[in-house]
Structures are given as structure tokens and as C-alpha cells.
Design a binder for this molecule. Structure first.
Ligand code: MN
Length: 246
């Protein structure tokens, strides 16, 4: 059984975090938590460098942090925990993190901060969908992937991005990251003083995502696992652009 640090971006009081913690404790793991004191969804990999952070103990091993998801993991790994955890798990997020979501997601950023710090990590997200929220479907899948990741001793820089449908699943598929799947809507309005203001963020595109990707398989009712890492290098271009060097 392992020492596991949990974080999220929905806040330390979120249902998904409670469900994840309960399931991992139930499986015999030692769980610690460092999570934002409020919702911090879609904050990406923001670090707070220009103001102080507070980390309040709300129960033994649980810290409520006045920062972003990445702050929480940074702080836990480098200050709060007496020794590094064997694994960091972020989630269970309220909403999927597939395709290009990973660039905006605080859930994924918390896990990526662990990966950057040399601790293997898992991000777990539960898709929005009709009916009650199925934390009870996502939590056992998180426990299963945690067990497998520990058993296989996954590489320290690796992040397993797991997404779960809001219904009993057709199984777990290991698939590549997909692409952006929202319309790029901006709602422009005018405030009472006559100045324009904007709401970012569109709806999901109507058509089903194609291909063997996280977005597509999740849409088909499978839980998905996508191993990702921090290296954004486009390797084919290294060779293609070699002649640009001088
Ligand atoms: Mn969230």
C-alpha cells in the first residue's frame, strides 16, 4: 500500500475529492490532501509567485491552500510533506479533461506539477452527463489505475490522464490524446456604463469526435487512459528544420 498525495481543481471540499480519498483509503492506501481552498477550474498550470500562500490544516494530513492546483502540489512536495509520496492523484474532476482540455485543466496541471517534480501522477475526471454524478463509477477506476501504476512502477515523469463517463462503463481503453472539441464562442455584451465585456467558452461541438482518441472513446462510453508527459517537442520538425540552424 502506498503513500498518495491527492489534489484537485474543484476545491478541497469537492465531492469528487472526497470520493477519491474514501476509495483510496478503502483500498488501504495512506492518503494526504493538498487542494485549493475554492474552485480553481481552468486555471491551467498557474503558479502564484507574487503573493504569499497559506496552507491551513483542516484535518490531519489535509491542507486547504489559498492557491492554484499547481501551487498545492508544489507546496506539498517541497514543504508540507515530510517525505515525497509514491504517487500524486488529482481529481476526481467534475467534468472531462480530454483532448486539448489538458492545456487549460487545473486537474491535469496538479498532476503535471507532480510529474515535473519527479513523482508519477494520475489525473482522474468524470464526464458531465445526464443523471446523478457517478463518482461511484469513477472512484473504483481510479483505485484500479493506481494499483496498476504502483505495480508497474510507472516512470516519474509520466502522467496518466484518466477520463470516465457518467454511467457504467463499457471498459477501459488506452488511447491517444484527441483535439479541441468546443465551438470557440465568445459572448459579447455591454455593461451598464456602456463598455463592452466578454464571456469566453463555447459548447461542445455537436458531432461525435472521430478516431481512436480519448474524446472519441469516452463519447462511446468507455473509460479512457492516456499517458502524457511534459515534452511538447514536435520531434518530426527537429529533423525537418535541422537546416535552419547556423
Ligand atoms: Mn474542475
Amino acid at each position: 500500500m502506498a503513500r498518495i498525495l491527492l489534489s484537485n481543481d474543484d476545491g478541497v471540499h469537492a465531492h469528487g475529492l472526497a470520493a477519491l480519498a474514501a476509495a483510496l483509503v478503502g483500498a488501504g492506501h495512506t492518503v494526504m490532501v493538498a487542494a485549493p481552498d475554492r474552485e480553481r477550474s481552468a486555471q491551467g498550470h498557474t503558479l502564484t509567485l507574487h503573493k504569499p500562500l497559506r496552507a491551513d490544516v483542516i484535518r490531519p494530513g489535509w491542507w486547504s491552500v489559498s492557491g492554484t492546483p499547481a501551487d498545492c502540489v508544489y507546496l506539498a512536495l517541497h514543504a508540507l510533506l515530510p517525505e515525497p509520496p509514491e504517487l500524486v492523484v488529482s481529481g476526481i474532476n467534475n467534468g472531462a479533461n480530454v483532448g486539448h482540455d489538458v492545456f487549460y485543466s487545473g486537474t491535469v496541471a496538479a498532476a503535471m506539477e507532480a510529474a515535473l517534480g519527479g513523482v508519477p501522477s494520475i489525473a482522474v475526471s468524470l464526464e458531465h452527463g445526464p443523471g446523478p454524478r457517478r463518482w461511484d463509477v469513477a472512484a473504483p477506476i481510479a483505485v484500479e489505475v493506481v494499483a496498476r501504476a504502483l505495480e508497474e512502477r510507472i516512470a516519474p515523469g509520466l502522467l496518466l490522464n484518466v477520463n470516465v463517463p457518467n454511467a457504467p462503463t463499457r471498459g477501459l481503453r488506452v488511447v491517444a490524446q484527441g483535439i479541441r472539441q468546443y465551438d470557440n464562442k465568445v459572448e459579447a455584451r455591454v455593461d451598464p456604463r456602456g463598455r463592452a465585456y466578454y464571456w469566453l467558452g463555447g459548447d461542445k461541438l455537436g458531432e461525435a469526435p472521430a478516431g481512436e482518441t480519448d474524446a472519441a472513446l469516452l463519447h462511446q462510453g468507455f473509460a479512457t487512459l492516456t499517458p502524457i508527459h511534459a515534452d511538447l517537442t514536435h520531434h518530426p520538425s527537429l529533423e525537418a528544420m535541422a537546416s535552419w540552424a547556423r
